[in-house]
Design a protein around this ligand. Structure first.
Ligand code: HAS
Ligand code: HEM
Ligand code: CU
Length: 577
């Protein structure tokens, strides 16, 4: 790599090697903060699973001293797991990978000072939001729908966190553009391509939430406005709320496409197809939010149906991904001597905790994705909406496809970043199977209860609701749900023991310190754009695709939001806890 000055400014004189070492330390901070949040969040989950097993543990004095109510616990669980863990992990992962790849390709260098600034800002946002969450002043659940009104400190902290993530997005895009200027006519390396596409998608997605929080919720919770319009707030929330699930999923796809094949002994199937999937996510992830609002009044059904069809369209790149990653796993297993139509699967390296965790995460996602298609179908939605089916759906998407993939990644990433050996690889392997088994049972129990009509977000085990719940005769799914909570507690404790013992070990003797498992490709894209296939050439201009995404969003949200603005209903806040 050329030793020239930093293309991102501010760091001339620092060598590439020193910049990469600094980036490793920063990434470690992001990843460890993420897992600390997950640790607390996951410890609350089994209590909720017991609730859906008919066992109320929220009256125990010890627990009562820690959390005031079921809903304070549920708010912490949703926020820490789905918002904090994901955002910190992804900000580290999708900052490190592209900046490292671009630095190694030459002509671009990370601006470490700016990168640290974003980490400090994000952490400051988290600590700010944590105060009202812990003091029971923002028990508004992770969706914070108005007119539920939390402390302004919560909305400000959350807003700062999101702003920090957008600065990470900015740094990655900026560095990529600097690299492009230094290498005209070159094809963007594939890991950077996937990362930049994900960040650009998130930038378009985040607009809804930013407007909701900055223009509506913060002034309102500070008492500067009389009220807010709940319908408009929900619409802006789901503008971001659906694509945020792809912001959680695509970083897992990066691993499935780029690293898992090498770890399993095979190759990525096709770089062109990989780029096509990410380009499709960039364009189609956002204009689908109404599939969370089929039950909302005052939104025209025709727009709900249009969002439904666009939802089916955005399932296509996931189906492409299923094909591609299955092909690369088959390539790996056959290279290891696998035979037969399905028999090859036995030859995957099932002894490797990182591979096993990720393959199991994929298996869970087959069911999670199928359930998503059911949710999205406007004819089925009324049966499952607001029932226990929905937590069933998202614990095998974000709770497993994403989380178990990130756990599997951590099994090589943490040793890579720290130079420390993975503690107890067999315990790591056990934690992956326990998590997968626990979540599949959880999903079975919760989907089943949902079909029977058990509501989500309900303390069904509390005395006021217990009789009605008992009368539903759901012994089997209730038992499955309670049992899954216990299995998941064991899984979580095993995983965190492995992780924290690895981090706390004094020895830095990991022989694979520098290895990132980058896969070769069966059909590569090549280096030069002029020689590349039309697919590669047309998916390369990510900024133009972002513009296309913005136009599409304006087309399908403009006519939905305009009448809401024209009929703005200022509703005063409520505090129900
Ligand atoms: Fe969802 C609600 C529809 C994907 C998360 N979703 C939620 C909520 C969350 C969530 C958190 O349309 C709750 C929000 C709340 O609190 O109210 N979802 C979908 C659809 C998809 C989908 C159509 N969801 C996700 C992902 C998530 C996630 C991804 C997180 C990461 N979801 C909905 C709808 C609702 C909803 C409605 C609202 C429900 C309501 O009524 O409130 C699609 O993107 C899914 C496409 C996926 C596939 C599967 C592809 C399979 C792959 C694996 C292949 C495996 C292999 C393994 C190769 C088509 C890629 C091979 C194995 C070997 C052994 C070799
Ligand atoms: C909600 C259990 C891990 C994200 C729930 C609910 C249960 C539960 C029973 C439904 C509560 C209700 O609707 O009243 C568990 C267990 C876990 C676990 C036993 C593992 C030990 C996770 C993970 C994530 C996650 C890893 C994401 C990374 C969520 C979210 C909600 C939720 C976003 C929705 C909160 C809301 O409705 O406001 N969890 N969970 N959970 N869980 Fe988990
Ligand atoms: Cu959605």
């Amino acid at each position: 790599a050329p030793a020239g000055s930093s293309a991102t400014g501010g760091l001339s004189g620092v060598t590439d090697a020193a910049a990469l070492t600094g980036l490793k330390t920063l990434t470690q901070y992001y990843v460890v903060t993420a897992f600390l949040a997950l640790f607390i969040g996951v410890m609350l989950g089994p209590l909720q699973a017991l609730n859906y097993g008919g066992v109320n543990v929220y009256e125990y004095p010890l627990l009562k001293a820690l959390i005031r109510s079921y809903y304070q616990g549920l708010t912490l669980h949703g926020v820490l797991n789905a918002l904090v863990f994901t955002q910190f992990f992804i900000s580290g992962w999708l900052l490190y990978l592209p900046l490292r790849e671009l630095t190694q390709a030459g002509g671009a260098r990370p601006n470490l000072r700016f990168a640290w600034f974003t980490y400090v800002l994000m952490t400051a946002g988290l600590l700010t939001a944590a105060v009202p969450l812990l003091s029971n002043d923002a028990t508004v659940l992770y969706t914070f729908y108005p007119p539920l009104e939390g402390s302004p400190v919560f909305y400000i902290g959350a807003g700062v966190m999101v702003a920090a993530s957008l600065l990470v997005a900015g740094q990655v895009v900026w560095t990529w553009l600097a690299w492009k200027r230094a290498h005209p006519g070159r094809v963007t390396p594939v890991v950077t391509y996937m990362s930049v596409a994900t960040w650009l998608m998130w930038a378009v997605a985040a607009l809804g939430l930013v407007v909701e929080v900055v223009v509506m919720l913060i002034p309102w919770s500070l008492g500067l406005t009389r009220g807010v319009d709940p319908l408009l707030a929900r619409t802006l929330f789901w503008w971001t709320g659906h694509p945020i699930v792809y912001f959680w999923l695509l970083p897992a796809y990066v691993s499935w496409y780029a690293f898992l094949p090498r770890q399993a002994g095979g190759r990525m199937a096709s770089e062109g197809l990989t780029r096509l999937s990410f380009a499709m996510f960039l364009v189609f992830s956002v204009p689908v939010g109404l599939h969370h609002q089929y039950a909302d009044p005052n939104v025209q059904s025709s727009w709900k149906v249009i969002h439904m069809f666009l939802t089916f369209l955005v399932a296509v790149p996931s189906l492409l991904t299923a094909f591609s990653v299955a092909a690369s796993l088959e390539d790996a297993a056959r290279a290891r001597g696998g035979r037969g139509v399905v028999g090859w699967m036995r030859r995957l390296p099932w002894g490797n905790a990182s591979v096993t965790a990720q393959v199991l995460a994929m298996v869970s996602f087959i069911f999670g994705g199928a359930g998503g298609i059911v949710n999205a179908s406007i004819a089925f939605a009324p049966v499952v909406h607001n029932t226990a089916w929905i937590p069933g759906h998202f614990h095998i998407t974000v709770g497993t496809a994403t989380t178990l993939t990130f756990m599997g990644v951590a099994f090589w990433l943490v040793p890579h970043l720290t130079g420390k050996r993975l503690f107890a690889p067999r315990a790591a392997l056990a934690s992956a199977w326990l998590w997968f088994g626990g979540m599949m049972l959880f999903a079975l129990g919760m989907h089943w209860q949902g079909l029977a009509g058990v509501p989500r977000r309900a303390q069904v085990s509390a005395s006021a609701q217990q009789a009605a719940y008992d009368a539903m005769n759901l012994g089997v799914p209730r038992a499955l749900t309670a049992l899954s909570g216990v299995i998941l507690l064991v899984a979580g404790l095993t995983f965190f023991t492995v992780l924290f013992r690895t981090l706390l070990s004094a020895r830095r003797d990991n022989p694979e310190d520098t290895a990132i498992p980058v896969s070769d490709t069966i059909s590569p894209a090549g280096a030069s754009l002029t020689a590349a296939t039309p697919l590669v050439r047309h998916t390369e201009p990510l900024l133009a695709l972002t513009l296309l995404a913005l136009i599409l969003v304006a087309l399908v949200y403009g006519p939905v939001i305009a009448p809401m603005l024209a009929n703005y209903q200022a509703v005063p806040g409520q505090r129900l806890w």
